[in-house]
Design a binder for this molecule. Structure first.
Ligand SMILES: Cc1cc2nc3c(=O)[nH]c(=O)nc-3n(C[C@H](O)[C@H](O)[C@H](O)COP(=O)(O)OP(=O)(O)OC[C@H]3O[C@@H](n4cnc5c(N)ncnc54)[C@H](O)[C@@H]3O)c2cc1C
Length: 415
């Protein structure tokens, strides 16, 4: 029986019953945490109801199609999700906090779903606009950003270089009349690459110098409908199947000088600055997935009978889930601290790397152990634990691999 006396749902996972779980467990946990207030909890309730009504019933279709439909992003916009951190003068709520995003990570993971490629719109795109755009650019970009009319992504990675971003080969050359840049090159693994209307493209505007190989990279806001901009393959991925990840190619794409973001040649330092919030988001998402995995496994082992007993009755099951819970508790403390630091503008690159490394490695271990407790059913996509397992794998790779996180932390330690 659940905490409020209702029976558990049947063993076979049923999408329509996915959200039928004891709420008291969530609320008890929320009370002990100090990171969220009443506004966040009210938002959680709204989001939970929205996910239950609008996402869970169609999620299998999105999974089969390999992407969420573009119209869904308009629904997210209507819900107010894209405007939370946008100044009021541009149609947003005027807040400056990542806590609502944090709630979104928890609620999507809890329901065993994702919001497709839309995360990059707010998590990756918005910080660049807020940090670098001029007032004139903000006026042009932000209202459509908030309304979902224009979805954003960011293209750093190239087929030949991912971890070593200074090695990028895409170029942007200023035209002789000085009115536009001419963009040539290719990018890969770009989240939101199919649906995006505006892509922040990182390109070389100058050669690296002998002293600084990171010099010479600039950021451009590129209209994805521009001539010469093409979307290649939508990539077939192991996980995150409802997220549209694509290859991009640029052949003599004209980018007006008005769409240069920040100063020329300083792009690498901008990337370094904003990667901290991206890595926080990956850390938080991984923690939320690990927490959800423990809940899914706990429910499952209480229902599944083997050798005439519930799987939950074996000492191994209890020990496994207890160890997983302890890891999730530790990750929760890490992400909550990182969230407060990020909101205060104090999260350093090394701290963000540390949170990402720790939480993604915890999630990797926890989700694997929770899947094991499901036996063969854990390998079936109809069970959310299987999707979590596949979705989580990329957390140790994108936004910088675990090895790169270790390099950043070691450098910060003076090693
Ligand atoms: C699903 C998905 C979505 C993505 N979304 C985006 C996006 O929206 N925008 C974008 O720009 N990019 C995106 N990426 C790209 C992602 O950030 C890169 O894949 C990642 O940074 C790693 O680069 P790489 O794939 O080129 O691996 P490589 O750099 O080739 O690394 C290969 C291996 O070498 C290791 N390695 C590399 N350098 C070192 C070193 N110095 N020391 C020790 N080991 C090292 C790595 O850790 C890794 O194990 C996405 C990737 C995926 C899979």
């Amino acid at each position: 029986m659940t905490l409020d006396g209702r029976p558990y749902p049947p063993v076979r996972f049923d999408l329509s019953k996915r959200l039928d779980i004891p709420r008291t467990q969530v609320e008890v946990a929320a009370v002990r945490r100090t990171v969220f207030n009443e506004d966040h909890e009210a938002f959680r309730e709204t989001l939970r109801a929205f996910i239950e009504a609008e996402v869970v019933p169609v999620y299998d279709e999105w999974f089969a199609a390999g992407q969420a439909p573009r119209e869904f992003y308009h629904q997210l916009a209507e819900l107010g999700l894209f405007g939370i951190n946008v100044p009021e003068e541009f149609g947003g709520a005027g807040l400056d906090t990542h806590k609502f995003e944090a709630v979104m990570y928890e609620e999507t993971a809890r329901a065993g779903v994702t919001f497709g490629g839309s995360n990059v719109h707010t998590l990756l795109g918005l910080p660049y606009i807020k940090l670098l755009a001029t007032d004139e650019q903000k006026k042009r970009y932000l209202p459509k950003f908030v309304s979902g009319e224009e979805m954003w992504g960011i293209a750093m990675t190239e087929p030949g270089t991912g971890s070593d971003l200074a090695g990028m080969k895409t170029t942007a050359k200023l035209s002789e009349d000085g009115t536009h840049y001419v963009l040539n090159g290719a990018k890969t693994f770009i989240t939101g690459g199919v649906h995006a209307d505006r892509m922040i493209v990182c390109a070389r505007t100058a050669a690296p110098t002998a002293e600084d190989r990171r010099h010479g990279i600039s950021l451009f806001v590129v209209d994805t409908k521009a001539e010469g901009y093409s979307i290649g393959r939508k990539l077939d991925k192991l996980g995150l199947r409802v997220s549209d990840t694509a290859e991009l190619a640029f052949v003599d794409v004209k980018v007006p000088v008005d769409d240069l973001l920040g100063e020329e040649n300083k792009g690498f330092s901008y990337l370094g600055h904003n990667l901290a919030s991206e890595r926080w988001g990956i850390a938080f998402g991984a923690y939320a997935q690990a927490k959800a995995a423990v809940r899914f496994a706990k429910e499952y082992v209480q229902q599944r009978t083997v050798f005439g007993k519930p799987v939950a009755s074996f000492q191994n099951t209890k020990f496994e889930l207890a160890a997983c819970q302890a890891e999730v508790d530790a990750a929760e403390a890490v992400v909550d601290r990182a969230t407060e630091a990020l909101d205060a503008g104090e999260l350093t690159a090394a701290e963000a790397a540390s949170a990402k490394l720790f939480c993604t490695e915890v999630a990797h271990r926890v989700i694997d152990r929770c899947l094991q407790l499901h036996g063969g059913y854990g390998f079936m996509n109809e069970y959310p634990i299987a999707r979590l397992y596949a979705d989580n794998r990329v957390n140790r790779i994108y936004g910088g691999t675990s090895e790169i996180m270790k390099s950043i932390i070691a450098k910060d330690m003076g090693l």
